[in-house]
Structures are given as C-alpha cells and as structure tokens.
Design a protein around this ligand. Structure first.
Ligand code: SF4
Ligand code: SF4
Length: 207
C-alpha cells in the first residue's frame, strides 16, 4: 500500500517536449501532447522519476491537497490461487516484493488476479515500483509469468526482461562451478523451503 502525497507540476514554458518523462514514468501517467508534457494526476503515484530525469527542470513535485491511498485488498478467497502462483514463482506470499512501499507478493498476485497484466498495471494498482523503481521489477515479472502472463515491454517504460533464476542454471554450469565452492542445489533447496514451495526436480538433485 502506498500513500501518494505528491504529483508533478509542469512548467510549460520550460518543457521542450523531449518525452523523457513519458518514458520513465512507471505507471504511464505522462503523455507529451503537441510537444508539451501532460500528467494524468489520477494515475500518478508520486515517484518523482519524471522530475528527477527532466533535462529542462520543467517538472516540480508539489503536495496534493489530499493524499491518495493506493493498494489492493487481499481477499481470503484469493489465498489458494495466490499460494499456487507464488509457489510457481518460488516466492513466499508474505515476501516483501517492494521495500519502498512494503508491498508483499500476495498483494501483487491479488492485483494480477484482479486484472493487472503488465508491470505498469501492477504498479498502478499496488504502488509497488514507485519508490526506487529498481529492485522490485524482477519479482513482479516472475509473479506475472507464474500467473501465465508472458512478460512484454510496455510503451515507454524501460525494463530489461526477466533475469535467470537459480532454477534455470544448466546442470553443466552447476557441475563446473561446484568445484569452485558454489552449491546451487543446496541454495535451491533452501530457497524453496523459505518460499514454502514444493521441491522441483532440479532441487531433488539432477546433477
Ligand atoms: S522531460 Fe521535461 S522537457 Fe522533456 S517532455 Fe518531460 S517535462 Fe518536457
Ligand atoms: S508516477 Fe512518477 S514518473 Fe509518473 S507522473 Fe507521477 S511522479 Fe512522474
């Protein structure tokens, strides 16, 4: 859950229409129309990425008259499905996906079950990824994928695809690195225990 207290004001005299703000907004709240930035205040989650990146200093964060509370309720009847999706992603439902907003994996999955199908829609619904905007993209992509949604690049926002997890390291690589003191299978078993996920074939020792 996030309390959104700020929004960006645009100085149209300074805005050159470069579209940097449009590209960096994690919830696609900025559009450049006729070479001037316009902000959809209802979508804005107050992260200040646009203000920080604007090369012309045309954006200034201002306080909202009233703060907006953003979050998705985790309904008890969603829990069986949430547990299933989290287990598939090897992430415990109570794991904090976004430290900036203290958003847990269960809330991200609740947002997905309510229709969020991209990282931007997850961010819009939960507020996750509107703090540092860096750490939480990978677990969000993994949870979307575990829910059967293929990661795809949204217009504007930049992310670099899901990185490989411990479960995807080929046996040959694990074998080679085990001689140098890497214990991938032990790590996988521990991670599965923490995530409350059933063991995979890999963690049962395919090496
Ligand atoms: S980044 Fe700044 S100059 Fe560029 S379009 Fe946005 S507000 Fe205008
Ligand atoms: S969510 Fe962040 S980047 Fe997007 S308009 Fe609001 S403050 Fe700017």
């Amino acid at each position: 859950m996030k309390v959104v207290a700020m929004y960006p004001e645009v100085d149209l005299g300074k805005c050159t229409g470069c579209r940097t703000c449009e590209r960096v907004c994690p919830v696609l709240a900025v559009k450049v129309v006729e070479k001037k930035a316009t902000v959809d205040i209802d979508r804005c989650r107050g992260c200040a990425a646009c203000e920080q990146r604007c090369p012309s200093y045309a954006l200034t964060m201002a306080r909202r008259a009233e703060p907006v509370h953003v979050g998705v309720a985790v309904e008890p009847d969603m829990m069986p499905m949430i547990r299933q999706i989290c287990a598939r992603a090897r992430i415990h439902p109570e794991y904090i996906v976004c430290y900036c907003t203290a958003t847990r994996a269960e809330e991200v999955v609740a947002a997905i079950l309510k229709g969020a199908a991209t990282p931007e829609e997850v961010s819009l619904a939960t507020g996750a990824r509107t703090g540092c905007k860096v750490e939480c993209i990978q677990p969000i992509l993994r949870l979307l994928e575990a829910a059967g949604i293929a990661p795809r690049r949204a217009e504007g926002w930049q992310w670099y695809g899901r990185t490989a997890t411990a479960w995807e390291i080929p046996s040959e690589v694990k074998r080679r690195f085990s001689k140098r003191g890497f214990y991938f299978d032990d790590d996988i078993k521990l991670l599965e225990k923490v995530a409350g996920a059933p063991p995979t074939e890999q963690s049962c020792g395919d090496v």
